[in-house]
Design a protein. Structure first.
Lengths: 287, 443
């Protein structure tokens, strides 16, 4: 056999071994990351009133009860909770994304006195813990007559969210100004430039904001807890908490319902995964 | 021209978007139906599990049937979130008219003027008499000589014990004659490694409910006159040393790390509550807890069990827990709210709760009836809870108990720690100093 061919074979073997090690390591790491989810599924399938829900349960797959998923869904009006959550989340996300993109455009492209101060002021609102503003905001909504309505969960979103504005502003700043100038020369207004030129280019950043906003709103517990009183207006997160009693928790039903509840977030993430990762790299880009 | 058209198109697009949002918002913000004219609508703040919610709905339906001019809107959230909601509602001026609240946090709310005093109602109402309730329970909801809540139930702290495990170990079942000496003596026989892996996996006891031991050693946590913290007193030190001895000297109770391991290896691991799972798991044979845990133990325990009173210490003081129905001071309908409270603490509701078995009815005549005492499901000896009423002492009554418990909890944890523990006397002295500094800063 020619010497070159032996060398190539050896190189190929070495590469395969190297790849195998990497694959093994990745699979092992993936398994570790998946373990909590597998444990969650196992508890969701456990028999009711079973107390030993420790890691040992992963070895023992006897006593499987798939009907827990049906029981969990019917134990509370989850259909209604799902509709409420979906409505609040979708409207909130749309309002947040549009308003944040508009404000971000202003901060990124318009030049006016006090722009940077305003931007820092807006960023500083992120530093305030929610507990500090909880009661004043509650009082504000009470004066507006919004308690026990969905308005407190949707309307504030239409004034933009600081994190989303920050993320989108940084992204817009990476886009060449020549595009704006070209649009202006063609007679496009400021809003037109934002709508026709910049928004289509901001897809990765917008999707990142959509995912963050969706997950945050879908899983929000504090907002619905404080502002909603009627149980027919409850969201999924409030429904999930109901499985927890003072001294005991219906873990099997809680986990079964949690799997349902997390599905939309998972689906959204997988659909937008490519753009999401691209969007997360925004911080590393410069104009 | 082109520019104007572009503006119009853009405005139309935005207008349609805003209109769609407004329509959706209006649909979503539909308010709850208003009560008809002449009918008062009360808000009743409540918390619990979906099963408890179903029971509350039955109660409300019966109340509305008996009081056609009052309608009750049940505002329900899950356990664990309610206090946050209630505090925000009170601070935000949007509190419900009636609620129920545990003995441990009652005083904090009453001291801040969150509730209406019941004196006037009690003076005028011929249907409700203080004598109908156990004095210890009324005491629990009395602040500065005014009653602020009618008892919902009482859930005195009792000793749950595993009959099968005790009999297997050849140990007599605990009864009302037991002192801690018996618990320690028999505990050494029960505490053992059941599966031969070299680790103890069955303990006799778990020292929860700290106040109980302080009370039994004659300490009352706060001075009734000055309000100062008394945890640095010799009797408090003795009570804490006793708790440490149960764990480290006699080792009939698990060390903190052992408790964590036992929970992680089998229990739900529910932060702060997982410890109660150790009883149905068979890891702890005698567990102190209140009666609210009964429905859970009835379902989860696969062995025979019963209850008795907590063993006697230097004194035979017992700890009582429970809940009451107060009327929120912000109510616009105090008379109607009183009707609701009266009904909730009355015989119809109390009978319903007696059958549920998760608490001791607050009305003496119901608690001492077969409805509560003779039930097929365990515990068999419910009578014990009633026999202890003359020895009951409530939770420490302090306006800042929540903040105080954060400090004491931290110090108790350090004292009971098996890694770098602090001396009991030093720990309690520093703990009392910190609590007193908090109290003085408030003054």
């Amino acid at each position: 056999m020619p010497r070159n061919s032996i060398s190539l074979n050896q190189q190929s073997k070495a590469e395969n071994t190297h790849k195998s090690v990497i694959w093994f390591y990745l699979l092992f790491a993936a398994l570790i990351f998946l373990l909590p989810f597998i444990w969650m599924v196992r508890i969701a399938l456990a028999e009711p009133d079973r107390v030993d829900l420790g890691l040992k349960l992963l070895i023992n797959w006897t006593g499987i009860r798939p009907s827990n998923f049906v029981d969990a869904w019917h134990s509370q009006p989850f259909n209604r909770y799902f509709m409420n959550t979906a409505s609040v989340t979708l409207l909130g996300v749309v309002a947040e994304v549009i308003s944040s993109a508009l404000v971000a455009y202003g901060f990124a492209r318009l030049t006016f006195r006090g722009r940077n101060s305003l931007f820092i002021l807006m960023l500083s609102t992120m530093m305030l813990p929610a507990q500090v503003t909880m009661i004043p905001i509650f009082m504000l909504f009470r004066y507006l007559g919004w308690i026990d309505t969905f308005k407190p969960l949707i309307v504030p979103a239409s004034f933009g969210a600081p994190f989303s504005i920050f993320l989108l502003r940084q992204f817009i700043m990476t886009l060449p100004r020549d595009l704006d100038e070209a649009a202006e020369l063609d007679g496009c207004s400021l809003l037109g430039t934002w709508w026709r030129i910049l928004l289509p280019l901001m897809k990765p950043a917008l999707l990142t904001v959509i995912i963050f906003s969706f997950i945050g709103r879908w899983n929000d517990l504090l907002g619905p807890l404080l502002y909603l009183n009627s149980d027919e207006k409850f969201t999924l997160s409030l429904g999930l908490m109901a499985f927890r009693g003072m001294y005991s928790t219906q873990w099997n039903l809680l986990m079964a319902a949690s799997i349902f509840v997390m599905l939309p977030c998972l689906v959204l993430f997988f659909i937008a995964q490519r753009y999401f990762i691209q969007g997360m790299l925004i911080g590393g880009l410069k104009e | 021209m082109k520019r104007i058209l572009e503006h119009i198109t853009l405005c139309c697009q935005w207008g349609l978007g805003v209109l769609a949002l407004a329509i959706a918002g209006m649909w979503l913000s539909s308010a709850s139906p208003k009560a008809p004219a002449g009918v008062v609508q009360l808000r009743y703040g409540n918390f619990g599990t979906p099963e408890q919610l179903a029971q509350e709905r039955t109660i409300i339906a019966e109340f509305e049937r008996a009081h056609p001019r009052i309608r009750v809107k049940l505002e329900w959230v899950s356990t664990g979130n309610y206090l946050l909601k209630l505090k925000t509602q009170i601070a935000g001026g949007n509190a419900p008219d009636v609620t129920w609240i545990g003995a441990g946090v009652f005083y904090e709310f009453a001291a801040k003027g969150a509730f209406l005093a019941f004196d006037e109602f009690l003076d005028k109402d011929i249907d409700v008499h203080r004598a109908d309730f156990y004095p210890a329970m009324l005491q629990a909801y009395t602040f500065k000589d005014h009653l602020y809540g009618l008892p919902k139930d009482n859930t005195g702290i009792v000793l749950f014990y595993n009959i099968d495990a005790l009999q297997k170990a050849g140990v007599p079942l605990p009864d009302k004659t037991w002192s801690w000496n018996e618990m320690i003596k028999w505990g050494k026989q029960v505490t053992r490694d059941t599966n031969g892996d070299g680790r103890i996996d069955q303990f006799m006891y778990l020292p929860l409910w700290n106040y109980l031991y302080f009370y039994q050693y004659g300490n009352s946590i706060f001075d009734p006159v000055s309000g100062r913290c008394l945890l640095d007193q010799p009797n408090a030190v003795a009570a804490m040393e006793f708790q440490r001895d149960l764990v480290f000297k006699y080792h009939i109770a698990p060390r903190p790390l052992e408790t964590a391991t036992l929970i992680a290896s089998g229990g739900s691991g529910d932060a702060g509550l997982g410890a109660y799972d150790l009883f149905p798991l068979g890891r702890v044979v005698c567990m102190p807890c209140n009666m609210a845990v009964v429905p859970y133990y009835q379902k989860a325990c696969k062995f025979r069990w019963d209850i008795t009173k907590i063993p006697r210490g230097p004194t035979d003081v017992q700890l009582v827990d429970g809940a009451a129905y107060p009327i929120l001071a912000q109510t616009r309908y105090p008379r109607e709210a009183w009707e609701l409270v009266k009904f909730l603490s009355g015989p119809w509701v109390q009978s319903l709760r007696a059958k549920a078995g998760d608490s001791v009815p607050s009305l003496k005549k119901i608690a001492e009836s077969p409805l509560f005492l003779d039930q097929p499901a365990p515990p068999a000896h419910r009578r014990f809870v009633l026999d202890m009423f003359d020895r009951y002492k409530t939770f420490p009554q302090h306006e800042r108990l929540g903040a105080v418990e954060q400090i004491t909890g931290r110090w108790f944890e350090r004292i009971m720690s098996d890694e770098n523990p602090i001396q009991v006397q030093d720990g309690l002295r520093q703990c009392a100093a910190e609590v007193n500094a908090l109290i003085e800063s408030e003054d």
